[in-house]
Every structure is written in C-alpha cells, then in structure tokens.
Design a binder for this molecule. Structure first.
Ligand code: NAI
Length: 709
C-alpha cells in the first residue's frame, strides 16, 4: 500500500488515515488507498467499525484540481471517478465513521456522505465549493446532500459553494455529532457506540426530499438568485438542476444525471476559465528573481500621506488588517473631511451588519490623524496618496527622506506618474515602490505593485506579502504610464467613445459589455469615476499627442459642459437623486454636432463589432504590455482585470478570453480594424507572432516560466 493512506487499529476499531499533505486532496492513489484499507478492515473479524480521518491539518479539502485539466485536455479519462470508493464505503460490512477536522470540501464531503456516520470538531467546515470552479459536485454530492440536509440547504450549498461550519452542518443533519477534545479518540468512541447497529445508507434516506409542491418554490427562488447574483454563470444552474434530479429520480438515475451535468460543466469554457483564475492567483505570487526565501521587512506600523479618496481608503485597509496607521493631511479641514468619510464608511458597514460597533471602534482607534510628520520615524511603511502631480510627489518624497527610518518601505499610490522619477527625489530609491490601490481602496481586492528600476527585491517581496496581509491580491507590474490596468483601460474607453462617435447608441455600448459579463459598461464607468480625471490628464499630456492620430472628442466636450459624471449629476447619462441613469437629449444633440464637425456619417453598428472593438482593444494593449515585460505573464494581466476592473471571472480575463477565441482569429480581426481605423490598431508584435505560430498566451506563459526556471 502507498504512504498516501495509512491503516492501523485501535482495539476493535480500524483507523484509516489519509496522508496526502498539505490538505489531503483526492489525488490519484488516495481513493485506491482508502478502498484497500476498507478491504483489510473487512477481512479482519476482530474489527467492528472503521474510522476514516485526515492526517495533518484537514480531512479532505477536495479533488486535485490539476486532474481536471488532464481530463479536459484528453490526457486522461475520468473513468468512474470516486463512485467505486463511495460504494465501497457505503456497503462496507463494518460501518465507517468519517472524522472531520479542517475541511471536508467537494469530493471530501462526498466521501464523508458515503460513510455511515460523520463526526466533526467544532472548528471543522464542510461544503460543496465546486461551483467556484464552474463545476458541480460530481460524485453524488447533489444526490446525497439533499437526503441529509434537505433540499433547500443542499441547493444553497451546491449553488453558492460557501463553507458551512460544523454546528450549522450538525443542525442541517450533515454531521451526527460534534466531538469535544481529541477527534480521533472521540470518533473511536462513537464508532464503538454504533458498531453492530443497523446502518441506513444515505442513498436510501428519502424522507427529506420533499414533495414537488414543496420543492418548486425552492428551485424557483434559487434560479432567481442565480440570475441576480451569479449572472452569466452556468454552473449554479446546473447545480440546481442536479439537486432537482435528486428529488425526481431514483438515486442511481439521479447520479447519472449529475454525471451528465458535471461533464457538461467540466468541458465548458467557463470552468476552464475559472480554473485558470484559481491557478492564476497562485502564479502571480511567483516572481522570477525574487525567490520565496527573499527576506522581507516586518510591517507593524504604517503611515499614509493624504486623506482624500484614496488615502482614507488605504488607511482603512491597514486598520482593517489590525495595523496602526498615521494619517497625515496638509490642512485641518481636509483632515476632518477625510476622517468623517472614514467614520461614515465604517458606520455604514455596522448598519449593514457586516461588523459590530466594537469592531468599528477598534478600527477607528488604529487610525491616528495628524498634520505633522511626528511619529513617521516609527513607521515601517509610508504610503503617499497626495494629489496627482510630479512636483508635489517629489516634494513629499524629499520630505519623508529626512524622517523615515532607513529600512522603511516608501510607497506611492500614483496612478500615472513614473515611479523612477518619484524615486529620484529620495536618497534611497531602492526602498521606493508603487502601491497602486483601486477605488474604493478598502474594498477593491487588487493592488498593482509597481517595480521601479531601483526597487529592491526585499521591497518587492515585502509588498507581495503585505498585500496578502491586507487581504489584497498583489500583482507585480512594470513602471510605464498607467501601469498595466489603466494602460489597457485607455484604449478600451477610447474605443467606447469612438463607437458612439461613429453612430452606436450610448446604451448599446454599455449593454454590450454588461451582457458580456462586465460589472458595468465603459461609459457608465466613466460617469462613476469622473470624466474630469481623464480630461485633466489629457490636458496635462497634450504635448504628447501625435498629429493626425484620431482622438476621442466627446468626453472633453462633456467636461467642457461641466458634465463630469455622477458627481455633477450628469455625464454620458443624466442622473436623478437616486443616481439612476437615463438618456439625455442634450448628449444626443452633442453627438450629432460632433459628428458634423468631424465629418463622420453615422452608421449602424452591430453588437458584435462593439464587443470586438472594446475587448480587442484590451487584448492588443495587453499583448504589447507583455511584449515589453511590463507584466510578467498574461495571467497576471487577467488577474488584474478580474480584481480591479469587474471583468467576469468566468471569461478568465481578457488574455484568456483571447486564447479561447484563438489568437489567429483575434489577430485577423485586429488587422482588419488596423486597415479600417489606422495606426491605433497596429497589431502588437507578440500577438502577431503567437497567432502565426498557432500558439496561445497561456502557452507563451508556460514557455516563459521554463525559460526563467
Ligand atoms: P484626493 O484629491 O481625493 O486626495 C488627495 C489628498 O491629498 C487631499 O485630501 C489633499 O488635501 C491631500 N494632500 C495634498 N498635498 C498634501 C501634503 N503635502 N500632505 C498631506 N496631504 C496632502 O485624490 P485621490 O483620488 O485620493 O488621489 C490620490 C492619489 O491616488 C493620486 O496620486 C491619484 O492619482 C491616485 N489614485 C487615485 C485613484 C482614484 O480612483 N481616485 C485610484 C488609484 C490611484
């Protein structure tokens, strides 16, 4: 027998211990090992019952996700999956007690549910999180769970994939007993109690399956919730259907239906995209040349300069992570405003029941407002979030140079300026790094970590680890204008404007992206973020404009009319007091006027063209960023778009989306736009090369990883 599963006995009880660290995933060899141990127990007449337990920190955290890719790429056949093991557990002549600590997720819970009984420690969690990977439980989970927990609970768990604590699972009927003290001892004692008593297999327990009348409203409500909270996703609907099958079909047929739905999900692009994202989140932490052992600075105290939109959110982010933070402003009124906003945001969360007043008070107490640099010499990190302007940023970095400890990380939250130039104002450019948060900084998960040419490895490693401490996902990017996310967003929003200038409806442009799965359309985003931001930047950088290259006209005109978006009650749309948008005839008239001035004859534009123009603008710029080394891998770009820009996870990110279409097709379309619209659509060289070689961005990532390994 392999070491993946260990067999021992404790008197008349056999103990099967899964030993596949770190989380006892059901990798090849584990199910077989459990089955062999069961046979051993069955062959030993001294054994009365069996305990199945996980070694290390968990029961079974789920399937081995790498295996899914092997099946979909044709390297491996799924075969009967876990079902032979589940039958063996279910039909074992010695009743099996699953003893759960840590997690019983996915296949782990399915294994536990095939046992005669389940016991758990209070801190254990169970769940069917497959939906998060675009899948449904594939080993009877959708059939056994409703038999244990009832239909409503089973639908909820399979549809949303959220973990359930042991106490909740006991209440629902999934767990028979919570064990106080040592789990193994408790489980063995429980096994002795039930040994020799008749066992009712979970598959035979139909009493919680309800009637069609009782169930119909449950399924309807679930579908309704899926439409609202899981827009565009297939797997939740498949999960609901599978549980529905449990209520309508005999067990074996329900299992067949589950298998069919599982397969449909497994081979879907959505699941491949979500699995790409799952691994992508781990990949972005790997930085060539900055190995895991790189020493990091300990961050115990922080200081933030500027208590505006971003500085306030950043201070909250530190306080939320339990890190005390000084918050400095230039003037008392700005400081008061900043602090009031923070207080209001926290109070909102308390009102919504996200956390208690006590938690709010603790967090507020961690934020110390100040107008001076007193105490900055204690800070392990100083984050600058003053107005966007090179002169001011350099002045601030020169000031902190005199005060900060030599080993303090000096971060700028600039969104457009060069980190190298900012660092030039410091006598220690190796300590300077960009920490580009996204608004609202206390909510958005993305942190672009901008590497200047002098930024040290230690500062990069510290920033990556700090991102995790702050509950963010850090992605390392190069120092170029707009870094990765905003640099790509430029062409995307540019095309949105061009499309309107050429005749597309404002609503058509926004709804094309909404239907694609984006949280919001590009023009709505402009209105939300403030059209004046880009307008000011364009004015500041007008000397960089290339004569003869088309530039968008409409947003500048909207700004000239004082229409900055939601904050002025009007932008692309007009807004009522509840910020509900509606079409504004003034804008329609403006569009006509701009078309006449620019000599554009409006044409009708298909939804397909809108979608292609917007998304391929992202992809082409992304390819250029990759080619310049400003992002380490295409998956880094994807993770940025999912966490900072509302790109739908089930599309995998813009670069993965391009892969799913095929780069040859994407390149051909971009070349067409190039012919039609000129230089702004010059295909990126990397895209051209990969398309020519019949390769994908993912393959490019893998080749790059091999080259740097
Ligand atoms: P903001 O205008 O809301 O806040 C800037 C604050 O800095 C003001 O409260 C101002 O009083 C304060 N300030 C100016 N000089 C100061 C000094 N010498 N000492 C202390 N405080 C000083 O601006 P916002 O939006 O918070 O932007 C700050 C930085 O974050 C900018 O570099 C911006 O480009 C960047 N950023 C902004 C994002 C956004 O969505 N607003 C997103 C990501 C980055």
């Amino acid at each position: 027998m392999s070491d993946l599963v260990l067999y021992s006995t404790s008197g008349d009880i056999a103990v099967i211990t899964i030993n596949n660290p770190p989380v006892n995933a059901l990798s090849p060899g584990v199910p077989e090992g459990i089955a062999e141990s069961l046979e051993k127990a069955a062959a030993d007449s001294a054994i009365k019952a069996v305990v199945l337990i996980g070694g290390g920190r968990s029961f079974i955290a789920g399937a081995d996700i790498k295996e899914f890719g092997k099946i979909t790429s044709g390297q491996k056949d799924r075969g009967p999956g876990l079902h032979p093991l589940l039958s063996a557990l279910e039909n074992s002549p010695r009743p099996v007690v699953a003893a759960i600590h840590g997690q019983a997720f996915g296949g782990g819970l399915e294994v536990a549910m095939a046992c005669a009984h389940r016991v758990a420690v209070a801190a254990a969690q169970v769940g069917q999180p497959e939906v998060k990977l675009g899948l449904i439980p594939g080993a009877g989970g959708t059939q056994r769970l409703p038999r244990l927990a009832g239909v409503a609970k089973a639908v909820e768990m399979c549809q949303f994939g959220e973990p359930v604590k042991a106490s909740g699972a006991q209440q629902a009927g999934v767990i028979d007993r919570i064990i106080e003290g040592d789990l193994l001892e408790g489980a063995i004692a429980f096994a002795r109690e039930i040994a020799g008593k008749p066992v009712r297999r979970v598959r035979d327990r139909n009493e919680k399956l309800g009637t069609a009348e009782e169930n119909e409203p449950i399924f309807e409500a679930a579908r309704d919730a899926a439409g609202k909270r899981q827009r565009g996703l297939m797997a939740p609907l498949a999960a609901i259907r599978a549980v529905e099958a449990a209520t309508r079909l005999p067990f074996e047929e329900g299992v067949q239906e589950e298998a069919r739905l599982f397969r449909e999900c497994l081979f879907s692009t959505q699941s491949k995209a979500l699995i790409h994202v799952f691994f992508g989140e781990r990949t972005v932490a790997k930085i060539p040349g900055v190995p895991k052992e790189t020493p990091i600075y300990t961050i115990r105290r922080a200081a933030v300069i500027g208590a505006g939109t971003m500085g306030g959110g950043i201070a909250m982010t530190y306080a939320n992570a339990g890190i005390p933070v000084l918050l400095k402003e230039a003037a008392q009124d700005a400081l008061d405003r900043g602090l009031n906003t923070i207080r209001r945001n926290y109070a909102n969360s308390v009102a919504k029941g996200r956390f208690s007043q006590q938690v709010m008070d603790q967090r507020m107490a961690l934020i110390t407002p100040t107008l001076t640099y007193d105490g900055f010499n204690q800070a392990d990190i100083i984050v600058e979030a003053v107005f966007e302007g090179m002169g001011l940023k350099k002045q601030v970095f020169a000031e902190i140079d005199d005060i900060a400890r030599p080993d303090a990380v000096l971060a700028s939250n600039t969104s457009t300026l060069s980190i190298d130039e900012i660092a030039s104002a410091s006598s220690r450019p190796h300590m300077v790094v960009g920490h580009h948060f996204f608004s609202p900084a206390n909510v958005m998960r993305l942190l672009e970590i901008v590497r200047g040419k002098a930024t040290s490895k230690e500062v990069i490693a510290t920033s990556m680890s700090l991102a995790r401490m702050l509950g963010k996902i850090g992605v390392l990017v190069g120092n170029c204008r707009g870094f990765v996310g905003n640099r790509m967003f430029g062409p995307y929003r540019r095309e949105a404007q061009f499309l309107v200038e050429e005749g597309a409806d404002i609503e058509a442009v926004d709804s094309a992206m909404f239907e694609f799965g984006m949280a919001m359309g590009p023009l709505q985003v402009g209105d939300l973020a403030g059209l004046d931001v880009g307008w000011r930047i364009r004015k500041e950088f007008s000397h960089l404009e290339v004569p003869g290259v088309r530039k968008p006209l409409l947003e500048d005109r909207l700004c000239e009319m004082g229409r900055y978006g939601q904050k002025t009650g009007a932008g692309w749309y007009k807004y009522d007091e509840n910020r509900r948008p509606s079409r504004d005839p003034v804008v329609i008239e403006l569009i006509g006027q701009v078309q006449r001035e620019a000599g554009i004859s409006p044409r009708s534009i298909s939804q397909q063209e809108i979608t292609d123009r917007l998304l391929y603008a992202l992809v082409n710029e992304g390819a250029r960023i990759l080619e310049e080394g400003m992002a380490l891998r295409s998956v880094d770009i994807d993770i940025i778009y999912l966490n900072g820009y509302g790109f739908p996870a089930y599309r995998g990110g813009p670069m993965f989306y391009a892969d799913t279409l095929g780069l040859a097709k994407v390149h051909e379309r971009i070349s067409g736009f190039h012919k039609q619209h000129g230089v702004l659509w010059t295909p990126a060289l990397l895209l051209e090369r990969l398309a020519g070689e019949g390769k994908s961005f993912s393959e490019h990532d893998r080749a790059a990883a091999v080259a740097t390994a």
